[in-house]
Design a protein around this ligand. Structure first.
Ligand code: PLP
Length: 374
């Protein structure tokens, strides 16, 4: 029997964001339409400069998606067949898919069950003579332990590629996501904290020569025009997306702070509840791309919330080492116990900046209605 819903709270409401900044966004899009500079040009260069500054990185190069950002970083470093890249077993598919797509072998490391990020204590055991790079993921908007990961990379002379797709503006001990590794890879997928009106991505780098090589790779390796010393691809960021993202970047800190405030309210409302609240490592600035709780009867809770008009999502139901496409890598159930348990228990609740206090209280009450003992 359907329950009468008091209100509806979607997982994400991009219309609320558009309503907030409609005039600025419309103006930016029209500016590009009038200019007819649809490829490259001042909007893309402007965004690259602003993102580099925001991420405290020397260089930033726009590209077609967060997935391409990872692919381009791997390709610049000449990582391919015969090489291994270590990454987290609990992430969005692209973290491992890109490694496989350049012909290298993804090697998975289990997570720290509190922060959901790659457990640095397990990292060294995954390194072999074939390891070329480590690609940690800053999951849900919270940086992994970059100090520990960087120390292992330095010791073994490995490249460090940060998958910062969910973590723009997040920090580890005062250092911005994407500014610590050899490359930082960002996504402007609409559901990220800085989301475009379509696909988009960015790579940050501190080394000028590697940044320049990546810039070439994203445009067929063409330099001078129609002369190709290296084989690249077409992976550009559209000028219209760049113009939209420049507007949104000006609001990003305000939005990330609103997400953190919403998280703090949930945290309070969930005090004493039979669920695990997200862990905020005090060494990080958490930007709460997602607010993820853990519960035993996760699927039951999700159905309960759906009935009450509340959006939720499972990020991610299958850890990467158990994905069907990676069966040839030879992993088995039980190999990454923390990732497997997380996949069974996690549930992301609405956390977007425009949520009202009333909505948050409604969601929290609905959660507790299910999890609190009667
Ligand atoms: C979103 C995401 C990506 C890929 O970004 P796209 O822009 O969708 O290609 C990569 N890694 C992680 C962790 C992500 O969340």
């Amino acid at each position: 029997m359907p329950v009468k819903t008091a209100m509806s709270v979607p997982l994400l409401d991009l219309r609320a964001q558009y309503a907030d900044i409609k005039a600025e966004l419309d103006q930016a899009v029209h500016r590009v339409l009038e200019s007819t500079r649809f490829i490259g040009g001042p909007e893309v260069a402007g965004l690259e400069e602003e993102v580099a500054r925001y991420c405290r990185s020397a260089h930033a190069i726009g590209c077609a998606s967060g997935t391409d950002a990872l692919l381009l970083a791997l390709r610049v470093l000449d990582i391919g067949p015969g090489d291994e890249v270590v990454t987290s077993a609990f992430s969005f598919f692209a973290s491992a898919g890109t490694i496989a797509n350049v012909g290298a072998r993804p090697v998975f490391v289990d997570i720290d069950p509190r922060a959901f990020n790659l457990d640095p204590h397990r990292l060294e055991a995954a390194i072999t003579p074939a390891t070329k790079a480590v690609m940690p993921v800053h999951l849900f908007g919270q940086c992994c332990d970059l100090t520990a990961v960087q120390a292992v990379c330095d010791k073994h002379q490995l490249w460090l590629i940060e998958d910062a797709a969910q973590a723009i503006g997040s920090e580890w001990e005062g250092r911005r996501a994407g500014s610590v590794g050899d490359f930082g890879c960002f996504s402007f997928f609409p559901s990220k904290n800085l989301g475009g009106a379509g696909d988009g991505g960015m790579v940050t780098a501190n080394d000028a020569a590697r940044a320049e090589r990546l810039r070439l790779l994203r445009e067929h390796g063409s330099k001078p025009k129609y002369h190709h010393a290296i084989i690249g691809t077409n992976s550009r960021l559209d000028a219209i997306q760049a113009a939209i993202l420049r507007v949104k970047l000006r609001h990003l800190d305000r939005w990330s702070e609103a997400r953190a405030r919403n998280a703090a309210l949930y945290d309070r409302l969930f005090e004493g509840a039979h669920l695990v609240r997200p862990y905020h490592d005090p060494r990080t600035r958490h930007i709460y791309n997602q607010y993820v709780i853990r519960v035993r009867d996760r699927d039951g809770l999700r159905a309960h919330l759906t009935e009450r008009g509340i959006g939720s999502e499972i990020y991610y139901p299958v850890p990467l080492h158990l994905q069907e496409c990676f069966a040839p890598l030879g992993y088995r159930a039980g190999d990454m116990r923390e990732s497997e348990e997380a996949a069974r228990e996690v549930l992301a609740l609405p956390i977007y900046p425009e949520l009202t206090e009333e909505q948050i209280r409604y969601v929290a009450a609905a959660v507790r209605d299910f999890t609190d003992p009667v």
